[in-house]
Design a protein around this ligand. Structure first.
Ligand code: FAD
Length: 408
């Protein structure tokens, strides 16, 4: 019987351990926290958006996007749903975003833990892995109290995102020590910061908007949804969705601008007519009153300031240029992005173990046979919506099953 060692008891490590044990291996899972699945508990605001019905590959990002394709083909959405339903999870479907019916992330951790018990996976908790090495085809894992020895080793130690849950980046050092290249990890699914002073006035505001992220004339990414204005800049799902592209561009020392269309319910070409009609019917109103009912007051003040229009000017007296500036402020509200929040506020990292050095069908290292990777440690990051957990389930399953069959 093969002995498989798994480093990290998050979503990917738990899935890997269960899959290896079901495939006939003896499994030891080493986790530095006193409990497994700490990060799963905070996912989806405590409800755990465990996957998504829409599995278009565009929801997954990394330096080699093709890598994900064969992995998802081997263990994708339907296999994931079968797996969790077999463990007792009934699925709640919110417009394709899938959750446990109880809306409790703890239920997902509980069923995974129950299955590790059922499969007789040995859990070594409060056990920090400090060094790993291979000698004569055997893997050794050093912890402060013990050196574990196995036939195969799965690294599922997460990234640097949300280090308060345990993923402190040590997995990257362990992978590097085995000869693997690491694409520089950067925060992703994260808030974007701006030094623009308007944010002190707009903080607390939430508005539907279309967000387009630009570097020069290049459109980096776009999304629509509820944007949150905070004292440091922009937050909310559409900001999270585009953030990794902005973070990467900033890392390359390129300028990044977020352009918000605050009238996302209109086609862009309809915006002049829309404002024109509003001015005609509200010609007697002040410019500020003209925007009442369309924008919150703090945003209306800000738009008029940007359009260089006095708030008490009569709407009917606005010049053509002023109307044009107002339209532009409404549909192309520009924010210079200076940075993102750090790893402590990021949901995931982009970057990680270079997937060109890993077999996409098995998650086995091309450099060290018998060494496997799973989860966020790899250079794959998903969009918001259950894609990062899906990647953890997919890669964890493949690493688990194939490590149990390792030829070493
Ligand atoms: C607030 C928040 C909300 C999120 N919501 C969602 C969501 O709704 N849907 C979704 O798909 N994704 C979500 N994500 C992302 C998702 O949770 C992660 O991508 C996923 O859990 C990563 O799983 P993992 O097993 O690869 O890593 P992790 O869950 O980080 O697990 C790694 C484990 O390894 C352990 N470890 C690390 N180093 C060592 C070491 N040296 N020795 C021993 N143990 C070690 C850590 O303690 C940790 O338990 C969210 C993330 C956050 C932070």
């Amino acid at each position: 019987m093969k002995h498989v060692l798994v480093v990290g008891g998050g979503a990917a490590g738990l899935m890997a351990a269960i899959s290896a044990a079901r495939a006939g291996a003896k499994v030891t899972l080493l986790e530095q926290n006193k409990q497994v699945g700490k990060k799963i508990l905070v996912t989806g605001n405590g409800r755990c958006n465990l996957t998504n019905r829409d599995q278009a590959l565009s929801h997954y990002r990394g330096s080699s996007p093709d890598f994900i394709k064969s992995a998802l083909f081997a263990f994708g959405l339907s296999e994931t749903l079968d797996f969790f339903q077999e463990l007792g999870i009934v699925i709640r479907d919110r417009k394709g975003y899938l959750y446990p019916y109880s809306d409790q992330a703890s239920a997902v951790v509980d069923v995974l833990r129950m299955e590790t018990e059922q499969q007789k996976v040995k859990l070594a908790l409060n056990t920090r892995v400090e060094r790993i090495f291979e000698e004569k085809g055997r893997f050794f894992v050093e912890t402060p109290g013990w050196t574990y020895e196995g036939d195969a080793l799965i690294l599922a130690a997460g990234s640097c995102a949300a280090p308060q849950t345990g993923s402190d980046g040590s997995g990257f050092c362990l992978a590097k020590s085995m000869g693997h290249s690491i694409i520089k990890p950067l925060p992703a699914l994260v808030q974007l910061r701006s030094e623009d002073l308007i944010f002190s006035k707009l903080k607390g505001l939430r508005m539907e908007a279309h967000v387009a992220l630009f570097s020069g004339k290049e459109l980096l990414a776009e999304d629509t949804g509820e944007v949150q204005f905070t004292e440091y800049g922009l937050s909310g799902i559409p900001i999270f969705q585009v953030s990794r592209y902005g973070v990467k561009a900033l890392e390359e020392r390129r300028e990044v601008w977020a352009v918000l269309n605050l009238l996302p319910f209109l086609k862009k070409e309809d915006a002049p007519d829309f404002l024109e009609k509003r001015i005609q019917t509200g010609a007697h109103k002040s410019a500020l009153q003209l925007l009442t009912g369309l924008f919150p007051k703090s945003m209306a003040d800000c738009l008029l300031k940007r359009a260089e229009i006095k708030s008490n000017k009569r709407a009917g007296e606005l010049t053509r240029e002023e109307c044009e500036r107002l339209r532009s402020a409404c549909i192309s509200f520009e924010v210079r992005i200076s940075a993102s929040n750090g790893f402590d506020r990021a949901q995931v990292c982009c970057g990680g173990v270079d997937t060109r050095e890993v077999e996409s069908k098995t998650m086995e290292s091309k450099r060290v046979p018998g060494l496997y990777f799973a989860g966020e440690l790899l250079d794959i990051d998903g969009a918001c919506g259950g894609y990062n957990l899906q990647w953890a389930w997919t890669s964890g399953y493949l690493a688990g099953v194939h490590s149990a069959q390792t030829k070493k």
